[in-house]
Design a binder for this molecule. Structure first.
Ligand code: DAH
Length: 346
């Protein structure tokens, strides 16, 4: 092995390496070439091992050639590396192409349940008359749900409210929101203008107009000098706001143990407007709620002196109001969770 041999070997190595670099299809192959040629155990090192056999004068010349070869290969590697990097990036960008101008997929979001919407609408109207929304409990005691509302045990009026009881003796699922009247009276002093929306439960067989679970909205006003005329004026305003101005309304005598006198409040039939049709049972009227002057006994249970205070109360079913307003014929739709129904209230 002499100087000429080594120089030739180095040159051959350079040519081979440059050809391999030029042909490398990706950066991983480039890495491998770099290790094979320039690495500690690479080809360049093994060629240079022959340097020891040369006369000392020749050694620096081989070193110079080797450095040139190394420099050429390194430059080729760097060049090829940056070329590959940009084409690999271009390929990746192409592969992961994303059209940022594509319109997004709309999120499907929920909406308020029609029962809740009806309660919100009712509350919105009464709030304009100074009524404040209160919440009362869904599990009640017999005392508050019945006895303090002037419905003693074994009284035949209990038949109006078929009751679901809970395991705790003397407790039940409230059959109406009226016990909230007692709770409000016990908690605050007149003047009281309270609105009590809430879920109620009854042991009913379910049909198009009865559910075992439904909402009610209770209203209570107590002050000095409150009269039936105030009640009538308020409910009339409510009916106009809810069903449209100019609607005729009327009071009919009714019966509830906790009000005296008690009334049913009717609005002219929203379908026929008076002459009578199947929707209103040919009467021309639709009953939307029950109401009356709070019974003196109920005021007393609420801790109020009936000589000083008078009050009126009313109770309505928001689902029924919604059915009348939107021409819905079956109460069960409100509890079925059928999106074809619910989507109409979005
Ligand atoms: N609580 C009654 C019911 O469930 C509705 C009712 C009637 C409420 C008359 C009242 C009222 O406040 O005065 O049928």
């Amino acid at each position: 092995m002499d100087l000429a041999d080594l120089t030739r070997d180095l040159d051959a190595l350079r040519l081979r390496a440059l050809a391999a670099v030029a042909a490398a299809p990706d950066t991983a192959t480039l890495e491998a070439i770099e290790v094979d040629v320039l690495g500690k155990k690479g080809e360049l090192t093994s060629v240079l091992r022959g340097i020891g056999a040369l006369p000392p004068d020749d050694r620096p010349r081989v070193g110079a050639v080797a450095n040139t070869v190394r420099g050429a290969i390194e430059a080729a590697l760097a060049d090829r590396r940056s070329g590959l990097a940009s084409s690999e990036l271009a390929a990746r960008l192409e592969r992961e192409r994303l059209d940022v101008t594509t319109p997004g997929r709309p999120l499907r979001h929920g909406s308020l349940h029609p029962s809740i919407q009806a309660m919100a609408e009712i509350a919105g109207i009464f709030e304009q008359f100074g009524f404040v929304v209160h919440e009362s409990q869904e599990i009640e005691d017999d005392l508050t749900n019945f006895q303090m509302l002037n419905i003693p045990p074994d009284h035949p009026a209990r038949d109006l409210w078929d009751t679901l009881y809970v395991d705790v003796p003397g407790h039940l699922l409230r059959t109406h929101t009226s016990p909230g009247q007692i709770r409000v009276m016990q908690a605050m002093r007149p003047p009281i203008r309270a609105l009590l929306p809430g879920r109620c439960f009854r042991y009913e067989s379910v049909d198009a107009s009865h559910g075992f679970e439904f909402f009610q909205v209770e209203g209570l006003m107590v002050d000095e000098g409150t009269t039936l005329a105030d009640l009538k004026g308020l409910l009339d305003q409510f009916a106009q706001a809810m069903f449209g101005t100019g609607k005729k309304t009327r009071f009919r005598p009714g019966y509830y143990p906790f009000t005296e006198p008690s009334v049913a409040f009717d609005v002219e039939c929203l379908v026929c407007g008076g002459p009578g049709c199947p929707a209103c049972g040919r009467s021309g009227w639709m009953t939307i709620l029950g109401a009356g002057m709070v019974h003196p006994v109920v005021l007393q249970y609420g801790g109020l002196d009936p000589e000083r205070y008078q009050g009126f109360a009313f109770g309505m079913g928001p689902e029924r109001i919604s059915m009348l307003k939107h021409g819905i014929s079956d109460l069960r739709l409100f509890m079925d969770n059928d999106l074809r129904f619910l989507d109409q209230f979005r």
